[in-house]
Design a protein around this ligand. Structure first.
Ligand SMILES: Cc1ncc(COP(=O)(O)O)c(C=O)c1O
Length: 384
């Protein structure tokens, strides 16, 4: 989260003064307004505000009809929530390595495709757009669905299309650490009515039939699901944050480009599938060895790290997945379902060499949209 202040405070005050914080109300209709804004900004037909990125991913997978007996390919480098969403839908995550862009390698996806592959989740990690052209071509060839995890890439784009709007569905996150934030929050994006309807029912299964006319025009039957309903305070904050989104991205991209310009004569900068659409939140500096990366990191001092050190974003730290505990009760554990059990990978034995090697030889710098050129020159001087 980069820019939040009095505008959001004013919106929150209005919601509280209205006395209506529930999303279905006769007052400000912030949730509806926010969803409409998302549809316009992201160029999608349907949008659903939910409580988190995980809720968005899980609702989208349920919307897409993913479940037991299905495999979903995920990258070895992502936040564990991506992988847990697959398990929450009852399916089996199949891990594929990344390439030099830090995003899932389309060739490695192809190697992992089986008759059970029903979906692939390209993750636009650190705001880096995935190679969507290659992934879409594979989707056409093999018939799997694409769910874009754009949780770390709110507002970014690939070849002019917003991340999250290219696949069958997309997921955004608005937690504290994302491009825009309401503290917590998420959104499902899709053009597909059936995906939307099933996600809608799943995300608020107990309330959907009882509040407002949410089921008007909905064809999918009701089923038991979760409670990932948003609220008017979060929606009001987000509506205002969405107005700031493109300004934040413009400034992030400008500053990333400027800092890149200062460093690129001396250092290798990680390649991008679409630099114009990259969110600009992260500048990857790549070295031949981990020792060189660590020396660079130490010189820069604060505000940088080697991605290998983040732990939770790397497959070999996904404890619940590695140990195959897919639920709170063994009989509800997708890893033990008869439809899945024969196909569960031995995650502990798997090694993804590009992920481990590249993340250990990389230093991420994190441009601020508000840095001045002088501030960036100062950072560059520490290493030049
Ligand atoms: C790539 C990725 N996917 C999913 C999530 C889950 O988002 P949330 O924390 O909003 O549930 C995150 C959150 O950090 C993420 O980075």
């Amino acid at each position: 989260m980069y820019r939040i202040g009095k505008e959001e405070i004013e919106e929150v005050a209005k919601v509280i003064e209205s006395g209506n914080m529930f999303k279905i109300n006769d007052a400000l209709h912030e949730t509806e307004a926010c969803e409409e804004k998302i549809r316009g900004l992201f160029g999608v037909k349907r949008s659903l505000l939910v409580t988190s990125g995980f809720a968005a991913l899980t609702s989208a997978l349920v919307g897409m009809g993913i479940g037991p007996g299905d495999e979903v390919i995920v990258p070895a480098y992502t936040y564990i929530a991506t992988v847990m969403a697959v398990v929450a839908a009852g399916a089996i995550p199949v891990i594929a390595d990344i390439d030099a862009t830090y995003t899932i390698d389309p060739d490695k996806i192809e190697e992992k495709i089986s008759p059970r592959t029903k979906a692939v989740i390209p993750v636009h990690i650190q705001g880096f757009p995935c190679n969507m052209a290659a992934i879409c071509a594979l989707s056409e060839k093999y018939g799997f669905q694409i769910l874009e995890d754009a949780c770390q890439a709110d507002g970014g784009s690939y070849r002019g299309k917003r991340l999250g709007s290219i696949g069958k569905a997309g997921a955004l996150s608005f937690n504290q650490f994302k491009v825009i934030s309401a503290g917590e929050g998420g959104a499902v994006l899709t053009d597909d009515d059936a995906v939307y309807e099933r996600a809608l029912i799943y995300h608020d299964a107990s309330a959907i039939a009882f509040f407002g006319n949410q089921l008007d025009g909905i064809n999918e039957p009701q089923f038991c699901g979760a409670e990932y309903r948003t609220n008017e305070i979060a929606a009001a904050i987000l509506r205002r944050q969405l107005e700031k989104l493109d300004g934040i991205l413009t400034d992030l991209r400008r500053n990333k480009a400027y800092l890149t310009g200062l460093l690129k004569e001396k250092f290798a900068i990680g390649p991008s599938n679409d630099l114009a659409g990259d969110c600009g939140t992260t500048l990857p500096v790549v070295f031949e060895t981990e020792a060189e990366a660590r020396a660079f990191s130490a010189k820069v001092g604060t505000g940088n790290y080697l991605p290998i050190d983040t732990g939770k974003h790397i497959y070999n730290h996904w404890t619940a997945i590695l140990e195959q505990r897919g639920a709170f009760h063994p009989l509800m554990d997708p890893f033990k379902f008869p439809a899945n059990a024969p196909y569960v990978p031995d995650y502990k034995a798997e090694v993804y060499p590009v992920t481990l090697d590249l993340l250990a030889r990389t230093v991420f710098l994190f441009p601020s949209p508000d840095w001045t050129q002088a501030e960036m020159q100062k950072i560059a001087q520490t290493v030049l």
